[in-house]
Design a protein around this ligand. Structure first.
Ligand code: 4AD
Ligand code: MG
Length: 465
């Protein structure tokens, strides 16, 4: 269909002024008074739309236009002029008008403002609202910013598998993938190997929780790699920050130790947030105005700040000395709960904090064991208001130490033979982290629930679309 994207007219009004153009889009608002119909038309090419002015005395399609409802798909031809109210803003004096698809009165987006909870029930239509138009535009810009950051630094983008046999985090949160009869349970006493030998892959399979283990194999050849793809967790956590399907960015770097990883993570967060601020000013102003006053200033401050690096042991000491009555008591060896993370980032530092060197007992098998034999060279990046957005570590590159740890955790070594091979053939120090894409979007937009940053959220009990 021959037509022009609205964004082009908005960006270069002077160039198009006086020209006769055809536009397509959906009506956001329709109102008529004294023989003039005004339609706010949005085609998704920009956050904003453009106003169509249909004058009864000059446009034969006035009657048709004025009876259109919000949500109708329209095509209009007319001349670009300056808005009567603000000469900086272009609008269209329509000469001919066509309805591509009507939207009757039961179109659910009649009101100007709906609650986010209501919009979740119409996820197939919510992208037509300002909030989700802005959100998904920022989602796109953030993705590109991430690729740009890694590409500029010589990282190779790799696609790790979604179907996998290895549970990277060992937390038993893998969704199972099977073609076996779902009604047939595994007989008592039968091994997994025996039961799954007739399954599609001839072994137990699931959806990946992380591309890290496969990513490590590529870093051991390509040096610096990153993944950017969907990961899945059958976590029973019904919170505002947990989704069953979420996107993760997982860089893995050969010849990098924990401090190199922290430097990389800090540079990445600052670079991609700056990119979004530069590239999505209207969308960010919208979230600042409607959802989180001061958001843009908060992000501008963040990209100027030095992030804090805090030993886990020190974090425990701070929490214990705080005299705050936490729901979960604090002692060395405990996992940090959201309330602890929030206290540290919001009350103590009010900036991003890398907590480092966690107790081995609460972290995954692959993390580099420190010489104190109690802690591992791991780090979580905590952000005020959101909590953990990054989890990473230096990897255990010593074969015996890794095997010993896997035995302690009753892991089957033969399931990981290829992972252990990396420690047999040309092993080297290496490190990586996983950034939760939706968690970062929560922080950047000031939105409080992961269900409102994912396009079609998948959470426990929710897979409607
Ligand atoms: O801390 P996690 O579990 O680390 C890993 O998976 C490592 N294998 C990453 C690596 O080193 N390559 O997860 C990484 C990040 C978390 O910090 C969090 O931001 C996000 O993934 N995340 C979730 N986001 C949304 N919903 C969930 N259920 C999430 N679980 C983790
Ligand atoms: Mg984690």
């Amino acid at each position: 269909m021959k037509h022009i994207d609205i964004v082009k007219i908005l960006k270069d009004k002077d160039h198009f002024s006086g020209q006769q153009l055809t536009l397509c889009g959906w009506a956001r608002t329709v109102r008529s008074s004294k023989g003039i119909c005004f339609i706010e038309l949005n085609d998704g090419s920009a956050f904003r739309g453009i106003q169509l002015v249909i004058d009864e005395s000059t446009c034969p399609d006035y009657a048709l236009a004025s009876k259109q409802g919000v949500g109708a798909a329209l095509k209009a031809t007319g001349t670009v002029v300056s808005s009567y109210k603000n000469p900086e803003i272009p609008e269209i004096n329509v000469s001919s008008f066509e309805v591509l698809g009507e939207a009757p009165k039961d179109y659910p987006l009649q009101k100007k403002r709906h609650t986010l909870e209501f919009l979740r029930t119409i996820a197939h239509l919510r992208a037509r609202t300002n909030t989700f138009n802005a959100m998904f535009r920022i989602r796109s810009a953030l993705s590109i910013a991430i690729h740009r950051f890694f590409q500029e630094r010589g990282f190779t983008y790799v696609h790790t598998p979604i179907l996998t046999g290895s549970d990277c985090e060992g937390a038993g949160e893998m969704f199972r993938v099977t073609t076996l009869d779902p009604c047939k349970a595994k007989p008592a006493g039968m091994s997994d190997a025996e039961f799954y030998k007739d399954d599609f892959f001839g072994c137990k399979a699931g959806l990946t929780v992380s591309g890290q283990l496969e990513g490590e194999t590529l870093a051991m050849a390509l040096g610096k790699i990153y993944t950017f793809g969907p990961t899945f967790r059958a976590e029973n956590s019904n919170t505002a920050r947990h989704a069953a399907e979420f996107w993760q960015i997982e860089p893995e770097v050969a010849f990098a130790e924990l401090e190199d990883l922290i430097e990389l993570a800090e540079a990445m967060i600052k670079s991609i947030i700056s990119d979004v601020l530069d590239n999505c000013p209207e969308e960010m102003a919208f979230f600042d105005k409607h959802y989180d006053n001061g958001l843009v200033d908060k992000l501008r401050t963040l990209v100027q700040q030095d992030f804090v690096v805090l030993e886990y042991t020190e974090a425990i000491r701070i929490l214990q000395e705080s005299k705050v009555q936490f729901d979960y008591p604090v002692q060395w060896g405990c996992d940090l709960q959201t309330e602890h993370e929030r206290y540290i980032t919001e009350k103590v530092y009010n900036k991003p904090v890398f907590v480092i060197n966690y107790p081995a007992k609460i972290k995954s098998f692959y993390m580099k064991q420190n010489s104190d034999s109690k802690t591992v060279a791991a780090t979580d990046l905590l952000l005020p208001g959101v909590g953990e957005i990054i989890g990473g570590s230096q990897r255990e590159d010593n074969l015996e130490k890794l095997e010993r740890r896997m035995k302690e955790l009753n892991m089957e070594e033969e399931d990981y033979w290829w992972y252990l091979d990396l420690r047999r053939f040309g092993t080297a120090p290496h490190s990586g982290f996983g950034l939760g894409f939706e968690r970062l979007l929560l922080y950047i937009t000031g939105i409080g629930n992961i269900r409102d940053v994912a396009i079609f959220p998948r959470t426990k009990g929710n897979l409607q679309f």
